[in-house]
Design a protein around this ligand. Structure first.
Ligand code: KG4
Ligand code: ZN
Length: 373
């Protein structure tokens, strides 16, 4: 029974997970309302809100799971990467709890946890525990091709086991979620941007506008989304007059009829998701060439909540004859169930955990990257 804590960005979350796959509670206090007026996360506001919300969220997670705190076998916390002030709140709380309970403390990489969420099953009424246990160890899952798409990360991995990841490619500029958030600002669609653009795109007509797909080199597994964002900016505002900070535009999103903004959102969504699908195809080919064709595609992170991505990924899996596991909706956005779920595998490997000196780190764990071919 593991208590997970997550506070890397603007969600304060706690969860209790049993046996790595049975999610007994998954509490999330979002701070969106605090950051909305700034159009993005303000680190100082986020840290303060984490301090206020963390204990109430932990208490609710224990209540919902109906377990006393003494029943917790280990405390897990997302300790990297993220906003350092936000991470410190979760890590300090987890240290205090682990010390007071005399239980192991486990630090979890937030990005790896997003990927792990794809192997977890959401409880729908009568949970299929047998399936959950199966996917927690997952004989038919590995080797897998993993894609993490969130506000901070766009990375492709070869995954040989829950704790064995090799980085195949990553974004060289914006993360895809970040591009969605910026697209929402450009289109005047509000915050947080991903769901707003997704919703607008569903009302838009595909094909009325064309936006570029940056695929980089012919066999590159890296990503780039800044060109797509700039192309959208020019389509919405027209050509810039002047340069740099002095630049002014012909018009703003407020001058466009709603239908045009929806059509532009649809064009943006097509370009962004198609780019991800091309990279998944290339990843399948790369792993096949390396003699380890993936059995499964694992997709995790906030952007996996996207309606078009979910549909296209399933279609891709069907065409390529590969199983697809999308993170369940409840585990796409930042949550602590994914932290506790992955920690179960750590605890099986290192019974003592990481020790009370666990550090909070703003940088991701460096998954090894194969030499460039
Ligand atoms: O995983 P997450 O909660 O936080 C990070 O680790 O970054 O991901 C948040 C990101 C945001 O950029 C948000 O706009 C995006 O996920 N997102 C979506 C959708 N829902 C959330 N992007 C596209 N379509 C969605 N439906
Ligand atoms: Zn995240």
């Amino acid at each position: 029974m593991i208590l997970g804590i997550e506070s890397s960005c603007d969600e304060t979350a706690a969860a209790v997970v049993e046996d790595g796959g049975r999610v007994l509670s998954n509490m999330i206090a979002s701070q969106h309302e605090l950051h909305a007026e700034y159009g993005g996360v303000v680190p100082e506001i986020a840290s303060r809100a984490h301090i206020e919300r963390l204990w109430p969220v932990v208490r609710r997670a224990l209540e919902e799971a109906a377990v006393g705190i003494e029943a917790i076998d280990a405390v897990a916390v997302g300790n990297r990467p993220g906003l350092i002030g936000s991470l410190l709140v979760g890590v300090s709380a987890a240290q205090a709890l682990a010390w007071a309970l005399g239980r192991p403390l486990i630090g979890i990489d937030h990005v790896q946890a997003h990927l792990h969420a794809a192997t977890m099953r959401q409880r729908a009424g009568g949970a299929d525990d047998a399936e959950q246990r199966h996917t927690a160890t997952g004989d038919e899952v590995y080797p897998a091709l993993g894609l993490v798409v969130s506000g901070g990360h766009t990375s492709l991995y070869r995954v040989d086991a829950p704790l064995e990841l090799t980085l195949l490619g990553a974004t060289i500029d914006d993360a895809v979620g970040e591009a969605y958030d910026k697209a929402a600002v450009i289109l005047g669609l509000g915050y947080p941007g991903g769901p707003a653009v997704d919703g607008a795109a569903q009302r838009g007509r595909v094909g009325r506008y064309e936006l570029p797909r940056s695929l980089l080199g012919a066999d590159s597994l890296d990503f780039s989304f800044s060109g797509l964002k700039t192309a959208l900016l020019y389509k919405v505002r027209g050509r810039p007059i002047g340069r740099g900070k002095e630049a002014r535009f012909e018009r703003s999103h407020a001058d466009l009829p709603d239908q045009d903004r929806f059509d532009l959102a649809a064009a943006f969504q097509e370009a962004a998701i198609e780019t991800l699908m091309v990279k998944l195809e290339r990843g399948i080919e790369r792993m096949s060439m390396d003699g380890v064709p993936p059995r499964c595609l694992l997709l995790g992170g906030g952007v996996v909540a996207n309606s078009l991505l979910r549909r296209r990924a399933m279609q891709l899996g069907e065409v390529r004859g590969v199983t697809v596991r999308l993170a369940p909706m409840a585990f796409c956005l930042d949550n602590a169930a994914m932290i506790a779920g992955l920690a179960w595998h750590r605890l099986r490997r290192d019974r003592a955990g990481d020790g009370l000196q666990l550090a909070a780190l703003s940088t991701p764990h460096r998954a090894p990257r194969p030499a460039r071919r």
